[in-house]
Design a protein. Sequence first.
Length: 197
Amino acid sequence: MAHRPRPSLYISVDIEADGPIPGPYSMLSLGAAVAGRQDADGYTPADPEAATFYRELRPIGDDFVPEALAVSGLDRARLADEGAEPAVAMREFGAWVRDVSQGAQPVMCGYPASYDWMFLYWYLMRFTGESPFGHSGCLDMKTLYATKSRLPLRAVAKRTMPAGLLSRRRHTHHALDDAIEQAELFSNLMAWPGAGV
């Protein structure tokens, strides 16, 4: 009898940060939305607003890049007073991921995943010592589209995608809004047969 792999639960994650790399710079907000579940029988999309997580975090240092901070519109001074302690926020996030992914392996997905994963994984390891996604449980939607569309990765941008794949939601640079928008994009990509099919 063939072994059936554990299902994957895809969680769309978006972060806003005040610089290009974690450590010298800070993750200021974290949004996540369950996109869907995949098992041996296929992919089942979720309502991306049904299971979500959002926190704004206290900066971990004084350095920031004004242009990066301007993208999110978040106020570092306010977050220094009101933002969650990173260790608390990351423990809460880890517990949320474990709760929503019971019976499945959680996979972070992002567009593109590289920036968000870099901050997310660094913060999880720095402040909790573990990642509910493991060290490699992430999927890049940009790569997924490039593969299905048979395009070189560097030729891919949302503007090159068929309109029917894109979410109708605006990309606001609010981490939860964008996580929900990207969850819809992910489910659309999973259902799309690809170019020329």
